[in-house]
Design a protein around this ligand. Structure first.
Ligand code: PBG
Length: 325
Protein backbone atom coordinates (compact mmCIF):
# COMPACT_ATOMS: atom_id res chain seq x y z
CA UNK A 1 0.00 0.00 0.00
CA UNK A 2 1.33 3.42 -0.94
CA UNK A 3 -1.17 5.38 1.01
CA UNK A 4 -1.79 4.75 4.68
CA UNK A 5 -3.92 7.43 6.40
CA UNK A 6 -3.07 5.81 9.74
CA UNK A 7 0.55 7.06 9.44
CA UNK A 8 -0.57 10.60 10.33
CA UNK A 9 -2.33 9.23 13.40
CA UNK A 10 0.53 7.12 14.64
CA UNK A 11 2.16 9.49 17.15
CA UNK A 12 0.68 12.10 19.51
CA UNK A 13 2.97 14.88 18.25
CA UNK A 14 2.09 14.12 14.64
CA UNK A 15 -1.61 14.07 15.43
CA UNK A 16 -1.19 17.45 17.05
CA UNK A 17 0.56 18.88 14.01
CA UNK A 18 -2.06 17.74 11.53
CA UNK A 19 -5.05 18.64 13.69
CA UNK A 20 -7.50 20.77 11.71
CA UNK A 21 -9.63 22.29 14.45
CA UNK A 22 -8.59 23.76 17.78
CA UNK A 23 -11.04 24.40 20.57
CA UNK A 24 -9.82 27.12 22.91
CA UNK A 25 -11.15 28.72 26.06
CA UNK A 26 -11.29 31.94 24.06
CA UNK A 27 -14.21 30.49 22.05
CA UNK A 28 -16.55 30.10 25.01
CA UNK A 29 -19.39 32.02 26.61
CA UNK A 30 -20.94 30.84 29.90
CA UNK A 31 -24.73 31.27 30.32
CA UNK A 32 -25.91 31.96 33.89
CA UNK A 33 -29.31 32.30 35.57
CA UNK A 34 -29.82 35.29 37.87
CA UNK A 35 -32.34 35.40 40.71
CA UNK A 36 -33.09 37.92 43.46
CA UNK A 37 -31.84 37.84 47.06
CA UNK A 38 -28.40 37.61 48.51
CA UNK A 39 -26.08 34.64 48.76
CA UNK A 40 -28.79 32.46 47.27
CA UNK A 41 -28.53 29.47 44.98
CA UNK A 42 -31.60 27.52 43.90
CA UNK A 43 -30.75 24.24 42.27
CA UNK A 44 -32.17 23.35 38.86
CA UNK A 45 -32.85 19.59 38.89
CA UNK A 46 -32.66 19.22 35.10
CA UNK A 47 -29.35 21.11 34.94
CA UNK A 48 -26.90 19.55 37.41
CA UNK A 49 -23.93 21.82 38.04
CA UNK A 50 -26.05 24.93 37.44
CA UNK A 51 -28.33 26.89 39.77
CA UNK A 52 -30.25 30.12 39.82
CA UNK A 53 -27.83 32.50 41.53
CA UNK A 54 -28.28 35.82 43.31
CA UNK A 55 -26.25 38.73 41.95
CA UNK A 56 -23.37 38.35 44.46
CA UNK A 57 -23.04 34.67 43.48
CA UNK A 58 -23.11 35.60 39.79
CA UNK A 59 -20.20 37.95 40.45
CA UNK A 60 -18.34 35.04 42.08
CA UNK A 61 -18.96 32.95 38.93
CA UNK A 62 -17.72 35.86 36.85
CA UNK A 63 -14.54 35.86 38.98
CA UNK A 64 -14.12 32.18 38.13
CA UNK A 65 -14.73 32.78 34.42
CA UNK A 66 -12.14 35.56 34.40
CA UNK A 67 -9.55 33.52 36.25
CA UNK A 68 -10.02 30.63 33.81
CA UNK A 69 -9.81 32.94 30.80
CA UNK A 70 -13.42 32.55 29.60
CA UNK A 71 -14.09 35.76 27.63
CA UNK A 72 -17.81 36.17 28.24
CA UNK A 73 -20.94 35.34 30.17
CA UNK A 74 -24.59 35.45 29.08
CA UNK A 75 -27.19 36.42 31.67
CA UNK A 76 -30.80 35.25 31.96
CA UNK A 77 -33.04 36.60 34.75
CA UNK A 78 -35.55 34.54 36.74
CA UNK A 79 -38.49 36.61 37.96
CA UNK A 80 -41.25 35.70 40.40
CA UNK A 81 -44.69 35.37 38.76
CA UNK A 82 -46.03 38.47 40.47
CA UNK A 83 -43.49 40.59 38.58
CA UNK A 84 -44.63 39.28 35.19
CA UNK A 85 -47.29 40.91 33.04
CA UNK A 86 -48.65 40.51 29.49
CA UNK A 87 -46.35 43.18 28.03
CA UNK A 88 -43.27 42.05 29.95
CA UNK A 89 -42.91 45.57 31.25
CA UNK A 90 -40.27 44.53 33.79
CA UNK A 91 -37.84 44.07 30.91
CA UNK A 92 -36.95 47.72 30.41
CA UNK A 93 -36.71 48.81 34.05
CA UNK A 94 -33.39 50.57 34.68
CA UNK A 95 -33.17 48.99 38.15
CA UNK A 96 -34.55 45.58 37.15
CA UNK A 97 -32.76 42.43 38.35
CA UNK A 98 -30.90 41.84 35.10
CA UNK A 99 -29.79 45.45 34.78
CA UNK A 100 -28.50 45.43 38.37
CA UNK A 101 -26.65 42.23 37.72
CA UNK A 102 -25.00 43.60 34.58
CA UNK A 103 -23.82 46.64 36.55
CA UNK A 104 -22.41 44.49 39.35
CA UNK A 105 -20.52 42.22 36.96
CA UNK A 106 -19.17 45.07 34.84
CA UNK A 107 -17.99 47.00 37.88
CA UNK A 108 -16.10 43.93 39.16
CA UNK A 109 -14.83 42.90 35.71
CA UNK A 110 -14.95 45.66 33.12
CA UNK A 111 -13.22 43.47 30.52
CA UNK A 112 -15.46 40.43 30.85
CA UNK A 113 -17.92 40.44 27.95
CA UNK A 114 -21.50 40.54 29.18
CA UNK A 115 -24.16 39.26 26.79
CA UNK A 116 -27.82 39.90 27.60
CA UNK A 117 -30.84 38.16 26.15
CA UNK A 118 -33.61 40.07 24.41
CA UNK A 119 -37.01 38.38 24.46
CA UNK A 120 -40.02 38.98 26.66
CA UNK A 121 -40.40 35.42 28.00
CA UNK A 122 -38.76 35.84 31.45
CA UNK A 123 -40.95 38.91 32.03
CA UNK A 124 -44.14 37.80 30.32
CA UNK A 125 -47.10 36.32 32.21
CA UNK A 126 -47.84 34.42 28.97
CA UNK A 127 -44.32 32.95 28.82
CA UNK A 128 -43.94 34.04 25.20
CA UNK A 129 -41.09 35.96 23.60
CA UNK A 130 -43.50 38.48 22.12
CA UNK A 131 -46.73 40.16 23.24
CA UNK A 132 -49.81 37.98 23.04
CA UNK A 133 -52.85 39.76 21.65
CA UNK A 134 -56.06 37.75 21.19
CA UNK A 135 -54.13 34.52 21.45
CA UNK A 136 -51.56 35.51 18.80
CA UNK A 137 -47.98 36.67 19.15
CA UNK A 138 -48.04 40.19 17.73
CA UNK A 139 -44.79 40.87 15.90
CA UNK A 140 -45.01 44.62 15.38
CA UNK A 141 -46.37 45.43 18.84
CA UNK A 142 -43.38 43.54 20.26
CA UNK A 143 -40.63 45.39 18.37
CA UNK A 144 -40.65 48.66 20.37
CA UNK A 145 -40.68 46.66 23.64
CA UNK A 146 -37.59 44.74 22.53
CA UNK A 147 -35.92 47.98 21.49
CA UNK A 148 -36.58 49.55 24.92
CA UNK A 149 -35.28 46.41 26.59
CA UNK A 150 -32.07 46.60 24.56
CA UNK A 151 -31.53 50.24 25.52
CA UNK A 152 -32.03 49.46 29.24
CA UNK A 153 -29.49 46.62 29.00
CA UNK A 154 -27.01 48.81 27.12
CA UNK A 155 -27.36 51.60 29.71
CA UNK A 156 -26.55 49.03 32.41
CA UNK A 157 -23.35 48.15 30.55
CA UNK A 158 -24.14 45.12 28.37
CA UNK A 159 -21.52 44.63 25.66
CA UNK A 160 -23.63 42.45 23.37
CA UNK A 161 -27.41 42.34 23.29
CA UNK A 162 -28.70 39.07 21.94
CA UNK A 163 -32.24 39.00 20.56
CA UNK A 164 -33.52 35.44 20.94
CA UNK A 165 -37.17 36.25 20.26
CA UNK A 166 -37.29 35.59 16.49
CA UNK A 167 -39.67 38.48 15.71
CA UNK A 168 -39.26 39.76 12.16
CA UNK A 169 -37.44 43.09 11.95
CA UNK A 170 -36.14 43.09 15.49
CA UNK A 171 -32.46 43.51 14.68
CA UNK A 172 -33.15 46.75 12.82
CA UNK A 173 -35.52 48.04 15.52
CA UNK A 174 -32.87 47.34 18.18
CA UNK A 175 -30.00 48.81 16.15
CA UNK A 176 -31.89 52.04 15.55
CA UNK A 177 -32.90 52.38 19.19
CA UNK A 178 -29.37 51.69 20.43
CA UNK A 179 -27.82 54.19 18.03
CA UNK A 180 -30.38 56.83 18.91
CA UNK A 181 -29.59 56.35 22.61
CA UNK A 182 -25.85 56.75 21.94
CA UNK A 183 -24.94 53.06 22.12
CA UNK A 184 -23.47 52.52 18.69
CA UNK A 185 -20.66 50.41 20.27
CA UNK A 186 -23.06 47.87 21.73
CA UNK A 187 -23.08 44.84 19.45
CA UNK A 188 -26.08 42.77 18.40
CA UNK A 189 -25.51 39.04 18.65
CA UNK A 190 -28.57 37.87 16.78
CA UNK A 191 -30.10 34.46 17.43
CA UNK A 192 -30.51 34.39 13.68
CA UNK A 193 -31.64 30.82 13.13
CA UNK A 194 -33.29 29.67 16.29
CA UNK A 195 -35.38 26.53 15.96
CA UNK A 196 -38.57 25.57 17.81
CA UNK A 197 -36.70 22.92 19.74
CA UNK A 198 -37.60 20.55 22.54
CA UNK A 199 -33.97 20.77 23.67
CA UNK A 200 -34.78 24.04 25.51
CA UNK A 201 -36.76 22.12 28.15
CA UNK A 202 -34.27 22.39 31.03
CA UNK A 203 -33.77 26.12 30.33
CA UNK A 204 -37.51 26.69 30.69
CA UNK A 205 -37.40 24.78 33.99
CA UNK A 206 -34.54 27.01 35.09
CA UNK A 207 -36.45 30.18 34.29
CA UNK A 208 -39.95 28.84 34.84
CA UNK A 209 -40.61 30.47 31.47
CA UNK A 210 -42.46 27.83 29.47
CA UNK A 211 -45.34 29.27 27.39
CA UNK A 212 -48.55 29.24 29.43
CA UNK A 213 -50.51 28.39 26.26
CA UNK A 214 -49.48 27.14 22.85
CA UNK A 215 -45.91 26.78 21.66
CA UNK A 216 -43.28 28.91 19.95
CA UNK A 217 -43.73 27.50 16.45
CA UNK A 218 -45.16 30.68 14.91
CA UNK A 219 -41.87 32.49 15.53
CA UNK A 220 -39.07 29.95 16.04
CA UNK A 221 -38.01 28.02 12.95
CA UNK A 222 -39.30 24.63 11.88
CA UNK A 223 -36.61 22.00 12.65
CA UNK A 224 -37.22 20.57 9.18
CA UNK A 225 -35.87 23.65 7.42
CA UNK A 226 -32.29 24.45 6.48
CA UNK A 227 -32.71 26.58 3.33
CA UNK A 228 -34.94 28.95 5.27
CA UNK A 229 -31.94 29.72 7.51
CA UNK A 230 -30.43 31.62 4.59
CA UNK A 231 -33.39 34.03 4.48
CA UNK A 232 -32.82 34.80 8.14
CA UNK A 233 -29.09 35.27 7.51
CA UNK A 234 -29.74 37.72 4.70
CA UNK A 235 -32.19 39.77 6.77
CA UNK A 236 -30.07 39.90 9.91
CA UNK A 237 -27.02 40.96 7.92
CA UNK A 238 -28.98 43.72 6.21
CA UNK A 239 -30.46 44.86 9.52
CA UNK A 240 -27.03 45.27 11.11
CA UNK A 241 -26.40 42.14 13.17
CA UNK A 242 -22.82 41.73 14.41
CA UNK A 243 -22.98 37.97 14.90
CA UNK A 244 -25.29 35.27 13.72
CA UNK A 245 -26.22 32.47 16.08
CA UNK A 246 -27.49 28.99 15.29
CA UNK A 247 -29.45 27.30 18.05
CA UNK A 248 -29.51 24.51 19.22
CA UNK A 249 -25.97 23.41 18.41
CA UNK A 250 -25.07 19.81 17.71
CA UNK A 251 -28.38 18.66 16.27
CA UNK A 252 -28.14 21.60 13.84
CA UNK A 253 -24.45 21.26 12.92
CA UNK A 254 -25.45 21.17 9.24
CA UNK A 255 -27.10 24.57 9.66
CA UNK A 256 -23.98 25.97 11.37
CA UNK A 257 -21.97 24.87 8.33
CA UNK A 258 -24.52 26.32 5.93
CA UNK A 259 -24.58 29.67 7.71
CA UNK A 260 -20.76 29.69 7.99
CA UNK A 261 -20.50 29.22 4.22
CA UNK A 262 -22.94 32.04 3.47
CA UNK A 263 -21.78 34.88 5.69
CA UNK A 264 -18.62 36.79 6.50
CA UNK A 265 -20.01 37.59 9.97
CA UNK A 266 -18.89 35.64 13.03
CA UNK A 267 -21.09 32.62 13.67
CA UNK A 268 -22.07 31.54 17.16
CA UNK A 269 -23.54 28.21 18.21
CA UNK A 270 -25.57 27.58 21.36
CA UNK A 271 -24.93 24.20 22.98
CA UNK A 272 -28.33 24.41 24.68
CA UNK A 273 -29.66 23.28 28.03
CA UNK A 274 -30.99 19.93 26.73
CA UNK A 275 -27.68 19.08 25.10
CA UNK A 276 -25.89 19.81 28.37
CA UNK A 277 -28.50 17.94 30.46
CA UNK A 278 -28.17 14.82 28.29
CA UNK A 279 -24.43 14.67 28.91
CA UNK A 280 -24.80 15.25 32.65
CA UNK A 281 -27.58 12.70 33.01
CA UNK A 282 -25.71 9.98 31.15
CA UNK A 283 -22.50 10.77 33.04
CA UNK A 284 -24.34 10.62 36.39
CA UNK A 285 -25.37 7.06 35.52
CA UNK A 286 -21.82 6.20 34.59
CA UNK A 287 -22.79 5.74 30.95
CA UNK A 288 -20.71 8.53 29.44
CA UNK A 289 -17.49 10.31 30.33
CA UNK A 290 -18.74 13.89 30.83
CA UNK A 291 -15.36 15.59 30.40
CA UNK A 292 -14.47 13.80 27.18
CA UNK A 293 -17.96 14.09 25.68
CA UNK A 294 -18.19 17.79 26.56
CA UNK A 295 -14.90 18.59 24.83
CA UNK A 296 -15.82 16.45 21.82
CA UNK A 297 -19.22 18.19 21.55
CA UNK A 298 -17.69 21.66 21.67
CA UNK A 299 -14.93 20.72 19.23
CA UNK A 300 -17.60 19.42 16.86
CA UNK A 301 -19.44 22.74 17.00
CA UNK A 302 -16.20 24.47 16.16
CA UNK A 303 -15.50 22.05 13.30
CA UNK A 304 -19.00 22.71 11.97
CA UNK A 305 -18.03 26.38 11.67
CA UNK A 306 -18.83 28.14 14.96
CA UNK A 307 -16.51 30.93 16.06
CA UNK A 308 -18.27 31.46 19.38
CA UNK A 309 -19.81 28.71 21.52
CA UNK A 310 -22.34 29.30 24.28
CA UNK A 311 -22.16 26.36 26.67
CA UNK A 312 -23.19 25.57 30.24
CA UNK A 313 -19.96 23.57 30.37
CA UNK A 314 -17.73 26.61 29.70
CA UNK A 315 -15.97 26.54 33.08
CA UNK A 316 -15.54 22.75 32.97
CA UNK A 317 -14.15 22.96 29.43
CA UNK A 318 -11.83 25.82 30.38
CA UNK A 319 -10.44 23.76 33.28
CA UNK A 320 -9.89 20.76 31.04
CA UNK A 321 -8.30 22.81 28.29
CA UNK A 322 -5.93 24.35 30.84
CA UNK A 323 -4.78 20.83 31.76
CA UNK A 324 -4.20 20.27 28.05
CA UNK A 325 -6.23 17.06 27.93
C1 PBG B 1 -35.60 32.72 25.51
C2 PBG B 1 -34.47 31.78 25.34
C3 PBG B 1 -34.52 30.38 25.32
C4 PBG B 1 -33.20 29.94 25.29
C5 PBG B 1 -32.38 31.07 25.25
N1 PBG B 1 -33.19 32.22 25.26
C6 PBG B 1 -35.66 29.43 25.44
C7 PBG B 1 -36.79 29.51 24.53
O1 PBG B 1 -36.75 30.12 23.46
O2 PBG B 1 -37.81 28.96 24.91
C8 PBG B 1 -32.79 28.50 25.32
C9 PBG B 1 -31.46 28.23 25.91
C10 PBG B 1 -31.22 26.83 26.30
O3 PBG B 1 -32.05 25.91 26.16
O4 PBG B 1 -30.11 26.60 26.80
N2 PBG B 1 -36.05 33.42 24.44
Amino acid sequence: MLIRPRRNRSRPALRRLVRETHLTTGDLVLPLFVQGGENEATSIPSMPGHARLSIDRIVAKADEAVSLGVPGIALFPVLPDEEKDPRGSGAAKPDGLLQRCVRAVKSAHPDLLVVTDIALDPYSSDGHDGVVIDGRIDNDETLPLLAEMAVAQAEAGADVVAPSDMMDGRVLAIREALDEAGHSDVAIGSYCTKYASAFYGPFRDALDSAPRAGDKKTYQMDPANAREALREVELDEAEGADWLMVKPGLVYADVIRLVRDHTALPVAAYHVSGEYAMLRAAADRGWLDYDACLLESLLSLKRAGADVIFTYGALDAARLLAQNV
